[in-house]
Design a protein around this ligand. Structure first.
Ligand SMILES: NC(=O)c1ccc[n+]([C@@H]2O[C@H](COP(=O)([O-])OP(=O)(O)OC[C@H]3O[C@@H](n4cnc5c(N)ncnc54)[C@H](OP(=O)(O)O)[C@@H]3O)[C@@H](O)[C@H]2O)c1
Length: 254
């Protein structure tokens, strides 16, 4: 068994919101490869193969993605290229490496609560997936590639950074199970250590965006989903809340 300090992790998307927090946290315990896009552009299959071949790692946390819904809507080909093809490139290279080395690599994939239809909420892992925008479809496509790996965990959820709530308003009629960034980071670390496989919803209590953000930003003002839609025009969930009983049970068991 490999001890934590010897364990090597490949973290993709290390410059992103989640990647920065995760990199900082994981570096305290593990050796973490954090290649920048110029070194490991997931859309460049040759570069991905070469990088994966020439580095040693036991686990991957794949956060790199085109994660902005508006950008995905405006540029669906880039969403497919990054989220679907980019993830498939990485999975392909890892499958080759596993075959050559006869060693399984743990793959933690950050998906989204946006793969469900976003209407009635309380989605369990067994619910039908029916994304409501390009971002969600592209993330669902990424999940398909990841399922080809034996030792994978697909995390569906969403997070927010309490220190960086930039919007002046939040909707009172939009619900989710979104959790603070540091909690999401800890959940990922837990899933590196505990080899739970398959799809896992990770989240907290169902709350409206307004109710949730008000706890961290007292001056935030209430608005409605209609107000947000008028501004962005990007289809969004009304209720993306998750049934996280599988996750709660796992945490209790370990
Ligand atoms: N934000 C949320 O609430 C939320 C909710 C559910 C799921 N997620 C998922 O969580 C993950 C992280 O989200 P985030 O908010 O941290 O995203 P983010 O801040 O937009 O960061 C995206 C990261 O992906 C990298 N990236 C993009 N295209 C790449 C490419 N072709 N090759 C290599 N790296 C590339 C970016 O690198 P550069 O710095 O070079 O651009 C950046 O490091 C994503 O998979 C997202 O789908 C996010």
């Amino acid at each position: 068994m490999i001890s934590n300090s010897q364990k090597k992790i490949l973290l993709t998307g290390a410059t992103g919101n989640l990647g920065v927090a995760l990199g900082t946290f994981l570096k305290k315990k593990y050796f973490v490869h954090q290649p920048l896009r110029k070194t490991l552009d997931i859309t460049n299959q040759r570069q991905v193969n070469a990088w994966v071949q020439s580095h040693s790692f036991d686990s991957v946390v794949h956060t790199a993605a085109l994660a902005r819904m508006k950008t995905c809507e405006e540029n669906p080909s880039l969403a497919i290229e990054t989220n679907v093809i980019g993830t498939a490139n990485l999975v392909y290279a890892i499958l080759q490496k596993e075959k050559e080395t006869q060693k399984e690599i743990r793959f933690i994939h950050i998906s989204t609560d946006g793969v469900y239809d976003g209407q009635k909420g309380n989605f369990s892992e067994r619910c039908e997936t029916l994304p409501y925008n390009v971002y969600g479809w592209s993330k669902l496509g990424s999940e398909c590639a990841v399922r080809a790996l034996k030792n994978h965990c697909i995390i569906r959820g969403s997070f927010f950074d309490p220190q960086n709530l930039i919007f002046p308003t939040a909707a009172t009629d939009v619900f989710s199970s979104r959790i603070p960034l540091d909690e999401f980071v800890k959940a990922i670390e837990f899933l590196i250590e505990n080899t739970v496989c398959g799809v896992l919803n990770v989240g907290g209590e169902r709350k409206s965006d307004y109710e949730r953000y008000l706890m961290y930003k007292k001056e935030i003002r209430p608005c409605t989903q209609e107000d947000i839609l008028k501004d962005s025009g990007v289809p969004m969930a009304k209720d993306a809340s998750l049934n996280c009983s599988k996750w709660q049970k796992l945490r209790g068991e370990f």
